[in-house]
Design a protein around this ligand. Structure first.
Ligand code: URP
Ligand code: ZN
Ligand code: ZN
Length: 488
């Protein structure tokens, strides 16, 4: 009997730390050997001339989720995970949303069932907390964390989801107590709705005004406030989908003060600009997401943030709405910017875009690519080292890349249900030709080979990244921080 179920032979194996030419031996879904000249496997893959990377982890994507506007997104756990796998991603972490008045446990259990039934790759689940009652934070949250749901997102914006600062403090201190990671959508809702009203009153309805209403200042202010709230209770946090340079600068400042503040950005802020929202007719609706893409200089700033380490994670924030009456145009063929579903697709192209334009154009190296797209997310959300790296004992979640494969992006080649891509026509170099999930070859030269429901739920551990610092002696001095005096 062959000692390995699968051997991947002759590739260049890349992790966030280093790279080396070696074979990978896989048994029972796990990596059991790394080295030259491994014995034969039940199945062999020749990776000569290819890069073997950890499968991507998309730690922020919206799958089978109803939006704040009440629109079901276009992808369920099947189409979403199939698309992810085709793009080299082997783990996703979408969101179970608690509606106001609803039990958090109920929201998570219902959502988990959808994933169990349909996912073709492994998945964990973040929570979205919109109703942080004493019962939710005191009873439900600790039990859910115990069950492997160790991270949640909160919103500082939108009528249906927004928490006020008082609620944010309740949530952040619960996260501190329980060791959970808090993800924050940081935009100042009052600024946005004030601008929206004035824009609409002035007859400014076109998609591009979405970007004007979601002003950079609104993102920067809320980011600053989120960091201050986290500081008051000494709790780590992660600012999601950062698009504005001034929000990024707030994160940089916090990091330079030694705070555990993490930053995530997304392809839409690296590859799109406000000009895309200004395309003819309603086409700009395809690019409306929150926060919105900024101008060219802002886009370059976000690239600098990747290069200088301000951002730890590049996720897709895949939020797929079709460009028709089921999605973007649900309010009619000519909606005002306020009525357009927020979000862009990107679950399949996240890795190829960053590989081609980041690694291929020497903006980041391969180690940073792996860290940004897999390893850091695994660490931050408590999946490491099972996921996010190539090591003996880790799950055999691998993407074998042809670094020279040239691909012209078009919507028809993609596998999600959105029906369009914001990246139509882009010429990319580098593509994941074979993708392995827990030892199963799920994508073989573009062909899917994975059953519905074959993906497994991943319970997340409490991550070290979510541990409070308790080192800011000066800040914890009761004379300086009255919040700290009450808490500790
Ligand atoms: O526009 C976006 N990003 N839609 C998805 C929901 C969110 O806030 O991440
Ligand atoms: Zn958000
Ligand atoms: Zn999102």
């Amino acid at each position: 009997m062959a000692p390995y179920d699968l051997v991947i032979r002759g590739g260049t194996v890349v992790t966030a730390a280093d790279q080396s030419d070696c074979d990978i031996g896989v048994r029972d879904g796990r990596i059991v050997a790394l080295g030259a000249g491994l014995d034969a496997g039940g199945r062999e893959i020749d990776a000569t001339g290819k890069l073997v990377l950890p499968g991507g982890i998309d730690s922020h994507c919206h799958i089978e989720q109803v939006s704040g506007m009440g629109i079901m997104c276009a992808d369920d756990f099947h189409s979403g995970t199939v698309a992810a796998a085709h793009g080299g991603t082997t783990t996703i972490i979408p969101f179970a949303v608690q509606q106001r008045g609803e039990s958090l446990r109920r929201a998570v259990d219902d959502y988990r069932q959808l994933g169990d039934a349909k996912a073709v790759i492994d998945f964990a689940v973040h929570m979205i907390i919109t109703d942080p009652t004493e019962h939710v934070l005191g009873q439900e949250l600790p039990a859910l964390i115990h069950d492997g749901y160790t991270s949640f997102k909160v919103y500082m914006t939108y009528d249906g989801t927004k928490l006020d600062d008082y609620q944010m403090l309740d949530v952040l201190s619960a996260a501190r107590r329980e060791g959970a990671m808090t993800m924050i959508h940081a935009e100042n809702w009052d600024m946005i709705r004030w601008l929206t009203r004035r824009l609409l009153d002035g007859g400014n309805r076109a998609p591009k005004f979405h970007a004007i209403s979601h002003a950079q200042i609104a993102e920067g202010e809320a980011t600053n406030r989120a960091i201050a709230l986290g500081r008051l209770v000494d709790t780590p946090l992660l600012i999601v989908h950062v698009s504005a340079e001034e929000a990024m600068e707030e994160i940089r400042l916090a990091q330079s003060r030694g705070l555990k503040v993490y930053g995530e950005t997304c392809p839409q802020y690296l590859f799109l600009t406000i000009d895309d929202l200004d395309r003819k007719g309603m086409e700009g609706a395809m690019f409306c997401c929150s926060p919105p893409p900024r101008d060219k200089a802002g886009q370059e700033a976000i690239w600098r943030g990747l290069q200088t380490g301000i951002f730890q994670v590049v996720s897709s924030d895949h939020a797929p709405y079709r460009f028709d009456a089921t999605g973007k145009l649900k309010a009619g063929p000519n909606p005002s910017f306020k009525e357009i579903a927020n979000g862009v697709p990107g679950i399949e192209l996240r890795l190829p875009l960053l590989f081609s334009e980041g690694v291929g154009k020497s903006r980041i190296d391969l180690q940073r690519f792996v860290d940004l797209t897999a390893t850091a997310a695994a660490k931050i959300y408590g999946l490491y080292p099972r996921k996010g790296t190539i090591a003996v004992g880790s799950d055999a979640d691998l993407a074998i890349w042809d670094p020279d494969r040239r691909v012209t992006v078009n919507a028809a080649m993609l596998h999600d249900n959105t029906g369009y891509t914001p990246y139509e026509g882009m010429e990319l170099t580098g593509w994941p030709v074979t993708v392995v999930s827990r030892g199963r070859v799920v994508i073989d030269h573009g062909e899917l080979n994975a059953d519905r429901g074959s993906g497994e739920f991943l319970p997340c551990a409490k991550s070290d990244h979510a541990k409070p610092l308790q080192r800011l002696a000066m800040e914890l001095d009761p004379k300086r921080n009255f919040g700290a005096r009450i808490l500790f």
